[in-house]
Ligand binder design. Structure first.
Ligand code: NAP
Length: 291
């Protein structure tokens, strides 16, 4: 009898985790367990073992971790919070962790010295994992293409996106590519202590991203530049957008204007054998969300 490994996917209802779950199932090589705070609303496939648990309350993770060999860990908080207890719980059960970190983590800076707040919390979690003795791989993705879903309401309602820093350049990543690298790191050898710096295959400014959405939808959509304070006010009024993330986001965009253009990496293709998907492909995959 073949004994399959069990892999626990945290953030399993999110952009990346949902893709990790479906790609692992498609591979048929392991048993897939998914963590969510609300199994009834998770909408995960029937052949997934859905477990209730909250990363903010590490004691609730024990059942989900029972018998798990490897964990895909995402960190939904903008601080380190219970990370130490979460990593200890993983270490008690599993031997391998693949952590969805962030491209905001900059090499050569201690966690407390990281220039970006998102980089700070993720660097802290990386450090805890490293100290735990777990076998680890880190994914440090650039900006997610899925962030542009923030514009979906404006695009459904008209022909314009009003926001700040339209000239900010980004190498947007399709969540399916991040997940494909995670699946390789969870199921293959050779990723131990690997830091996978992931980007999409091209650099587009925010204004160019909006134009691409219009081209895929078949109608012109344009960018209207807002002053930072106006964009900030709109984001703070948006109930779907966490207030604590508004300033870090806008600071990040402002920093991109003055920084060197993002460097493209070939990591997705090197690890998976398939080039990273373009932003146009991502918009085609999500066109229904903008219609
Ligand atoms: N967006 C970007 O451009 C970008 C770039 C680099 C790195 N990142 C990092 O990527 C991660 C976000 O990944 P994503 O976009 O795939 O996630 P997402 O779509 O934002 O989904 C959030 C996920 O987190 C889970 N979650 C939230 N609070 C939780 C809690 N207390 N306990 C357990 N699960 C919890 C949710 O699960 P339930 O609601 O089902 O419980 C959901 O599955 C963050 O760490 C972010 O810093 C993002």
């Amino acid at each position: 009898m073949i004994v399959k490994n069990t892999i626990l996917v945290t953030g399993a209802t999110g952009n990346v985790g949902r893709q990790v779950v479906s790609q692992l199932i498609a591979e048929h090589t392991c048993r897939v367990r998914a963590l969510t705070r609300n199994p009834a609303a998770a909408g995960l496939p029937g052949d997934v073992d859905v477990c209730q648990g909250d990363l903010a309350d590490p004691a609730t993770l024990e059942t989900a971790l029972e018998g798990a060999d490897a964990v895909f860990l995402m960190w939904p908080f903008h601080n380190t919070g219970p990370a130490s207890a979460v990593v200890e719980a993983i270490k008690r059960h599993a031997h391998r962790v693949v952590f969805l970190s962030s491209g905001a983590v900059q090499a050569g800076f201690a966690p407390d010295q990281q220039p970006h707040p998102v980089g700070r919390s993720h660097a802290h979690v990386e450090q805890l994992i490293e100290q735990s003795g777990l076998t680890w791989s880190y994914l440090r993705p650039s900006t997610f293409a899925a962030n542009t879903l923030w514009w979906a309401d404006q695009i459904r309602a008209g022909d314009m996106v009003r926001a700040a820093y339209g000239a900010a350049p980004m190498a947007l990543l399709h969540e399916a590519d991040i997940a494909a690298v995670a699946v390789r790191a969870l199921t293959e050898g050779g990723h131990e202590r690997a830091v996978h710096d992931l980007t999409g295959p091209e650099v587009l400014t925010q204004a160019e991203q909006v134009r691409t959405i219009g081209e895929v939808l078949g109608r012109p959509i344009r960018w209207q530049e807002l002053p930072r304070e106006e964009a900030r006010r709109l984001l703070l009024a948006d109930d779907d957008f966490p207030d604590s993330f508004v300033d870090p986001l806008l600071d990040g965009y402002a920093g991109m204007l003055n920084a060197p253009r993002p460097t493209i990496t070939s990591t997705v293709e090197t690890v998976t054998g398939t080039p990273a998907r373009t932003y146009r492909e991502w918009v085609s995959d999500h066109a229904a969300d903008f219609r």
